[in-house]
Ligand binder design. Structure first.
Ligand SMILES: C[S@@+](CC[C@H](N)C(=O)[O-])C[C@H]1O[C@@H](n2cnc3c(N)ncnc32)[C@H](O)[C@@H]1O
Length: 239
């Protein structure tokens, strides 16, 4: 079966959202994990963060789950021989836990953040940590063009302080909330922009539409990156 235009663009990109090793290291440095922790990478995409997670917890049992089969195929191709890693194609809510760490780069959004916070809370062991990133406004007064586009693309986007409040209200102690760095965004957009340029050479109408949308998305971030971005939350299950 031919790949959809979306996956023609996204196939084999190193990651599917902003993030990099420095962000992961900074977040993991703030939590204490037990020996042999049970880790869930919820919405793992192609598995860009698995190596970093295992470097921090070499004796971990890590479950990587994603709702896109070809991402899980990529994870299995790289980690299939590693007995520490279980790669599952499915809904992240199918992973029952309990987990000592739930890591989710840019994926809780798909459940709706309040639902996701409640569902992940149930899957954490007492004192377990939830680390995730989520798109937020960094200003109370975003430019109207940005505001309009964000509401079209990410209906649930809110100011970063609202996200912090939701985390606390869901029974977590908020350890930190920080804006994901420009370098972490570039780790996503630089390879994607390069792929867009290459694919344009031979793109039909459907693919051109997807490429236009991708280009518009990265251009919006470059124009307004001080007004919106990903917040990386480190939180610990409190109740
Ligand atoms: C923005 S991408 C981030 C992927 C990866 N964490 C990364 O940073 O490269 C979000 C991922 O979440 C996955 N996803 C969305 N909803 C999901 C669900 N309910 N269960 C499992 N995976 C889901 C998507 O397939 C996608 O791979």
């Amino acid at each position: 079966m031919a790949a959809s235009p979306f996956f023609t663009l996204h196939r084999d990109l190193p990651r599917e959202g902003p993030g990099n090793r420095a962000e992961l290291d900074a977040a993991l440095a703030q939590v204490t994990l037990p020996d042999a922790p049970r880790i869930l990478d919820a919405g793992c995409g192609p598995g860009a963060d698995i190596e970093g997670l295992l470097d921090h917890a070499p004796d971990a049992q890590l479950t990587a789950i994603d709702g896109q089969e070809h991402f899980i195929a990529q994870v299995r191709a790289r980690w299939g021989d590693d007995p520490r890693v279980t790669a599952l194609f499915g809904n992240m809510l199918d992973a029952e836990g309990p987990f000592d760490l739930i890591w989710s780069a840019g994926a809780l959004y798909f459940l709706g953040i309040e639902t996701a916070l409640a569902e992940m809370h149930k899957r954490l062991a007492p004192g377990g940590a939830l680390i995730f990133s989520e798109l937020v406004f960094l200003t109370q007064d975003p430019d109207p063009e940005l505001h309009k586009q964000c509401l079209i693309d990410y209906a649930a986007i809110a100011h970063v302080c609202e996200l912090e409040d939701k985390v606390r209200a869901a029974g977590y102690r908020l350890v930190s909330c920080s804006a994901v760095s420009d370098a972490a965004w570039e780790a996503y957009y630089t390879p994607m922009d390069a792929r867009v340029k290459l694919l344009r050479l031979d793109a039909g109408a459907e693919l051109t539409k997807v490429l236009d949308e991708a280009e518009a998305e990265s251009a919006l971030w470059r124009k307004y990156k001080r007004q919106f971005g990903y917040a990386q939350i480190v939180a610990v299950r409190e109740t």
